[in-house]
Design a protein around this ligand. Structure first.
Ligand code: PNW
Length: 479
């Protein structure tokens, strides 16, 4: 993006912020909520970097009016939130928890009153524990239970939800949950990993059908994928083959079934000896391949790979997805023996992720060229930094956190979206991750992504410069 040219976004472009239920809500034992796999995982020693859990988080369950007011002040037109499945179906016996539905009804109503469109994710990783006890995503039945849950939500909130997102980042659920075990449920088994991949795909298809069965064509249905931008270190044939191998498992396992109704045959071939694919049944691919109104893309960083010649790669430990937890040395994805991940380059964020805004432009253009009729939304983008100074409380009025690196990251990545649109990508919205600092999964509260700071002991919200900068971009509808 050139420094001097200003880009005006389309007048109907959607600006939003995003959160997820387990990361912000707290109130884990209130109003009939049952345990999710993340409650259980947090209780296991050594799983969460700071030993924390989601019991309080940002107390969003009670403070949503305050946070909606903050969004209103920020000027955003949409809020991407997720519903906690164990609040709606707290027991294996079935039966809807009305108190859970009532809570989200109040949140959605308030958003509507404030003119903020709710973009609702049905599944952002907080699987009811009783479903994990029956095998979780490795069990086909979970996809059926998911469809039942999706249908109930569509029936309850069809009038209030702008866009339904079936799943958030099934990549993380399958590969971090069942591959390297860094996320709940903490399993390390590639056969179960691929079963989870397929059952998540199936859940997406069955869920989309369930939403449409309730709401018909007026439902806007989406899924959010964290498509990975993997770059080959050189143009040598073997480095390019390594990139393709990574792409097949990172991206094609979702895009193929969901958008084209097929698994690339190279996926099956590559995973020979890992699984026998017994879980793929007749008719599944037709079920998975449902019409989509918009595809959500989450983007943070890029990865460089080269062909691996077998030796243990010292780089891998340093570039694992979660920074400094022991389990990351195992590759999250199966069938990656021929792929060596190179260390990230340039100035890294506090997640250890490199910054490459061009990756976002490239990704949006590539997806748009391949699926020219599909609208896209950036449903997450953001950064965590170590260098945030605590607010200066002596400045009695106008407490503020200075986060210059987040401001630059934000500007550069919104610029990257502008570049993609200029070159023809069909991008209809952008959601900053995140409205608030929150529970960053296996890293607990040690990484802050918010545009607004949360002082956890007091739950005070404090604006960061990035929040103010975002408000200005939204106001200008331009970068
Ligand atoms: C996404 N990785 O998670 C999620 O959708 C958010 O809930 C999360 O807070 C955000 O990105 C920041 O991490 C990811 O290891 C977690 O590659 C881990 C990875 C990717 C995405």
């Amino acid at each position: 993006m050139s420094e001097t040219s200003r880009f005006a976004f389309p007048s109907d472009f959607t600006w939003g912020t995003a959160t997820a239920s387990f990361q912000v809500e707290g109130a884990t034992r209130e109003e009939g909520r049952a345990d999710s796999i993340w409650d259980t995982f947090c209780r296991e020693p050594g799983r969460i970097l700071d030993g924390s859990n989601g019991d309080q988080a940002c107390d969003e369950y009670h403070r949503y009016p305050e946070d909606i007011a903050l969004m209103k002040e920020m000027g955003v037109g949409a809020y991407r939130l997720s519903v906690a499945w164990p609040r709606i179906f707290p027991s294996a016996r079935g039966g809807v928890n009305q108190a859970g539905l009532d809570h989200y009804r109040r949140v959605l109503d308030m958003l509507r009153e404030e003119g903020i469109k709710p973009v609702v994710t049905l599944y952002h990783w907080d699987l009811p524990q009783y479903l994990q006890d029956a095998g979780g995503w490795a069990n086909r039945d979970t996809a059926k239970r998911y469809a039942e849950y999706a249908g109930v939500l569509a029936g309850a909130f069809g009038d209030s939800v702008d866009t339904w997102t079936t799943l958030n980042e099934p990549w993380c659920t399958a590969y971090l949950g069942y591959g390297n075990g860094v996320h709940a449920p903490g399993i390390r088994d590639y056969d179960q990993t691929l079963a989870a991949v397929h059952h998540l795909n199936l859940a997406h298809g069955l869920g989309a059908q369930a939403i449409r069965a309730e709401l018909g064509d007026k439902a806007r249905v989406s899924v959010t994928l964290n498509l990975q931008v993997t770059r080959a270190q050189s143009q040598s044939e073997e480095d390019r083959a390594a990139k393709i191998r990574a792409d097949l498992f990172a991206n094609e396992v979702w895009l193929g079934p969901m958008l084209a109704g097929t698994y690339d045959p190279r996926i099956r071939e590559a995973a020979q000896g890992v699984t026998d694919w017994r879980f793929v049944q007749e008719g599944d691919l037709e079920t998975i391949h449902q019409p989509l109104d918009v595809l959500g893309i989450n983007y943070y960083s890029t990865t460089y790979v080269q062909a691996s010649h077998g030796e243990d790669s010292p780089a891998r430990a340093a570039v694992g997805p979660q920074g400094s937890l022991p389990d990351q040395e195992a590759n999250a994805m199966p069938a990656q023996e021929s792929v060596e991940t190179l260390p990230p380059r340039g100035e890294l964020t506090a997640m250890g992720w490199n910054q490459e805004p061009q990756g976002l432009t490239d990704l949006l253009l590539e997806v748009s060229r391949r699926f020219p009729d599909l609208d896209l939304m950036v449903t997450e983008n953001g950064s965590a930094w170590e260098d945030e100074v605590s607010p200066d409380s002596s400045q009695a009025k106008g407490k503020i956190v200075h986060d210059p690196k987040r401001v630059v990251y934000l500007e550069q990545h919104i610029g990257a979206v502008a570049d993609a649109i200029r070159d023809g990508a069909r991008v209809t919205g952008y959601f900053a991750w995140s409205l608030l600092d929150n529970f960053e999964w296996a890293l607990g509260y040690t990484r802050r992504f918010g545009l607004i700071r949360v002082e956890y002991p007091t739950q005070e919200r404090i604006w960061k410069d990035s929040g103010l900068r975002y408000a200005q971009i939204v106001r200008d509808n331009a970068i």
